[in-house]
Design a protein around this ligand. Structure first.
Ligand SMILES: *Cc1c(COP(=O)(O)O)cnc(C)c1O
Length: 395
């Protein structure tokens, strides 16, 4: 296997975790197999007893999935990683693998819709106390974490308002309360923010987003300390079965190779479009983490190496203006997916954040004129042209 610990991130994303077969293939091998065979009954017995290392069944482990896990761990700087079938499988497993009735979970309110559902609806069914706080309010975190807690879950930048949570400060408060800090790092990607180095214990990804980044496959990942991954997470995954398909793992491996190129190109486009939108009279407000007009720009710059690929903005004319604008777009497509090479846009109040209700949307600042733009890698001048003609049509 290519040994990569001293290599730089872009190099590790191309080479880490690649174990060539005796055929000497250039690309990563795709082990599209559900099971594995043993040379003898003794080998099978030794494998199940743990004295022989041998793949058993792809729900427990698979060489292509393992290559992805190793590459993700290398880029995150994590001791270990397990891949899952989707981002939600990763979030669900990271939370439930170690929780039991009577435990307490504290989460920032601004969470991806399904993460919000797990915390607000699923976990309480099993006797787990769940408390939401405003992720940007350190005082609320301090008060809430004065009570012993098992897990803190947060997302930064958050979806869709791109709020920034102070990772180092929350990690310190959470650890004092006895909690593990789980960070959903999807919006930042491993390239723009390293939660483990700021004190987080566990990082989760929807690999569906920037890691595939080409609209092809669902996938997820959980990263953290080896002891927690092997003793707490692995038995849970092995016995409940949210295993990633080897084929999807192979796609995601290839996605990782070009991740820095795509994130850099889309990030440059996003910065430019944020500036363009902020100067347009039909636009009431723009949110982009590292822009001077973002309320937490200083924190974003301190804990991230770039503002990312998403731009959120509000149109002056509310829902009618937002819908007229969306329907006038020609190049940028209406889709609730994000992190793609293609620019995609959604109206959170009627799609991704429809189910949480008007009251919770108001609390999160998700107005009826708010749009979330996931910026792709197209020529930015074409994206500007499309935004411009659609804003004119929507007025
Ligand atoms: C998409 C997403 C998820 C869920 O991932 P899936 O791969 O769709 O299951 C979780 N968190 C965030 C922030 C996301 O954007």
């Amino acid at each position: 296997m290519t040994d990569t610990p001293n290599l730089r991130p872009a190099t590790r994303l191309v080479h880490a975790g690649h174990a060539r077969t005796p055929f000497g293939e250039t690309a990563e091998a795709l082990f599209l197999t559900s099971g594995f065979v043993y040379d003898s009954a003794e080998d099978a017995e030794a494998t199940f007893q743990g004295s022989l290392t041998h793949y058993q069944y792809s729900r427990f482990g698979n060489p292509t999935v393992a290559a992805l896990e190793e590459r993700l761990a290398a880029i995150e700087g994590a001791e270990a990683c397990r891949a899952t079938a989707s981002g939600m499988a990763a979030v669900h497993a990271a939370l439930t693998a170690g929780l039991r009735a009577g435990d307490r979970v504290v989460a920032s309110r601004a969470l991806f819709g399904s993460c919000h559902w797990i915390v607000s609806t699923l976990l309480p069914r099993f006797g787990i106390e769940c408390v939401f706080v405003d992720g940007t309010d350190l005082g609320q975190w301090r008060d809430t974490l004065a009570t012993p807690t098992k897990i803190v879950l947060l997302e930064t930048p958050s979806n869709p308002m791109l709020e920034i949570v102070d990772l180092a400060a929350i990690a310190a408060l959470a650890h004092a309360a006895g909690a593990l800090v789980v960070v959903d790092n999807v919006f930042a990607t491993p390239l723009l923010q390293q939660p483990l180095s700021l004190g987080a214990d566990i990082v989760v990804y929807s690999c569906t987003k920037h890691i595939d980044g080409q609209g092809r496959a669902l996938g997820g990942a959980v990263l953290g300390r080896r002891a927690w991954i092997e003793e707490v997470l692995q038995p849970y995954l092995r016995n409940t079965g949210p295993a990633l398909s080897p084929f999807n793992a192979w796609l995601l491996l290839k996605g990782l190779e070009t991740l820095p190129l795509r994130v850099a190109a889309a990030g440059r486009n996003a910065e430019r479009l944020a500036e363009y939108l902020s100067n347009h009279p039909a636009v009431a407000r723009v949110w982009y983490p590292t822009r001077a007009d973002h309320p937490q720009a200083a924190l974003a710059k301190a804990q991230m190496q770039g503002g990312g690929t998403l731009v959120t903005f509000a149109l002056c004319g509310g829902k009618p203006a937002a819908f007229a604008f969306l329907n006038a777009l020609r190049l940028i497509r209406i889709s609730n997916n994000l992190g793609d090479t293609k620019s995609l846009i959604t109206h959170p109040a009627t799609t991704t954040h429809y189910r949480i209700g008007a009251e919770e949307r108001a609390r999160l600042g998700i107005g009826d004129g708010v749009l979330r733009l996931s910026v792709g890698i197209e020529d930015v001048a074409d994206l500007e042209d499309d935004l411009g003609q659609a804003l004119a049509a929507g007025r």
